[in-house]
Design a protein around this ligand. Structure first.
Ligand SMILES: [Zn+2]
Length: 100
């Protein structure tokens, strides 16, 4: 949600921040600037999930299709969720910093 007006305008895609709030015109893009480290965090998360998938594979030896069926959606959902979460935290943090 937009940190200024509370409208649900923060994301225009599943994990893509909007440039500006369409309700109050808050410049979200400039708040997000400098938040590029979220990409690094997401890479780390993906790495952890892949390691977990490999570990499960070693341990349970499930059929390959089961591994993909389970870990595919889990990885995608986790990454999208993490991106949204981190970006939201970052924008809110930046917004508070920018207040007098
Ligand atoms: Zn707004």
């Amino acid at each position: 949600m937009c940190p200024r007006c509370g409208a649900r305008t923060l994301f225009e895609g599943s994990a893509q921040l909007a440039d500006t709030c369409s309700a109050c015109g808050l410049d979200i893009l400039s708040l997000e600037r400098g938040g590029r480290f979220v990409g690094v965090l997401t890479m780390l998360l993906a790495l952890v999930l892949i390691m977990a998938a490999l570990a499960t594979d070693e341990w349970l030896r499930p059929p390959l299709w089961a591994t993909f069926l389970f870990w595919g959606p889990v990885t995608v959902a986790s990454v999208v969720f993490a991106l949204r979460f981190w970006k939201t935290m970052w924008v809110y943090h930046q917004y508070e910093e920018s207040q007098p």
